[in-house]
Design a protein around this ligand. Sequence first.
Ligand SMILES: [Ca+2]
Length: 254
Amino acid sequence: MESVDGKYLAGTSNIENGGGVGVTGRFKFTPGTLTGLNGTNDIHRYQWSIGSTTFDKSAAPAADGSLTIAFTPLAGGLYQLNVRSVDKAGNVSHRRTPEPGTPANYESYQFHVPDGSGPVAHWPLDTDGTDVSPNSHNLTFTSGAATDPAGYSGGAFKVGDTSDGAVAPGQLVDTAGAFSIAGWVRVQPGAGEWTRTAISFDDDFASPVMLSYRKDGRTASYWSLGTSCHLSQPCVRIAWSDAPAAEGSGPTWP
Ligand SMILES: [Ca+2]
């Protein structure tokens, strides 16, 4: 078992080699001792699991007996990848070096996923657009935009008109890499069919990233992460929330 791309090298210490939260790594399983007839490879399937010994994932190997899998960690920390092979008769593989008295029938591979870096910016939006991270990427409010004291935590930025906005001082995120964005948003009841975008990234034509409340012909509005469209390019790619978004009622913040 090995890391094909080197992002998650074996070891329990924090080896930073390009891997991280949201970064896909590839691992390759290869046969150990050839136990088939006349020394041939008789691996029918590999079974594996990460963080457990449930072996709930399974796939057939390539002709050379190897299998490459991909894994994208969603949190930092220590991971253990367990894998075993099964032959055509259903026999499960044994460790190359079985430990005395231990019925282990799998091999394991430990690797560490570095935690994400600290926030690029953090805007509480209590009374203004101050960035409370060490980076001081303060927001500038446009036109009549203002804060309201009735926020989820302290005050909140209140949008009442299409010209209302708060703009960061330039590019803060490299969208070619992994990143995360989050915010507390309250949608006024009666938002209807309209798409309400809470956070977006600017580009020459349209937004490559939009965190939105949208309906798009569905029976209810959902939170979504997607792109907006430029007329010359079919570009709608949207990830929808699992459940419909709740419109804020009273002091409720979804
Ligand atoms: Ca706030």
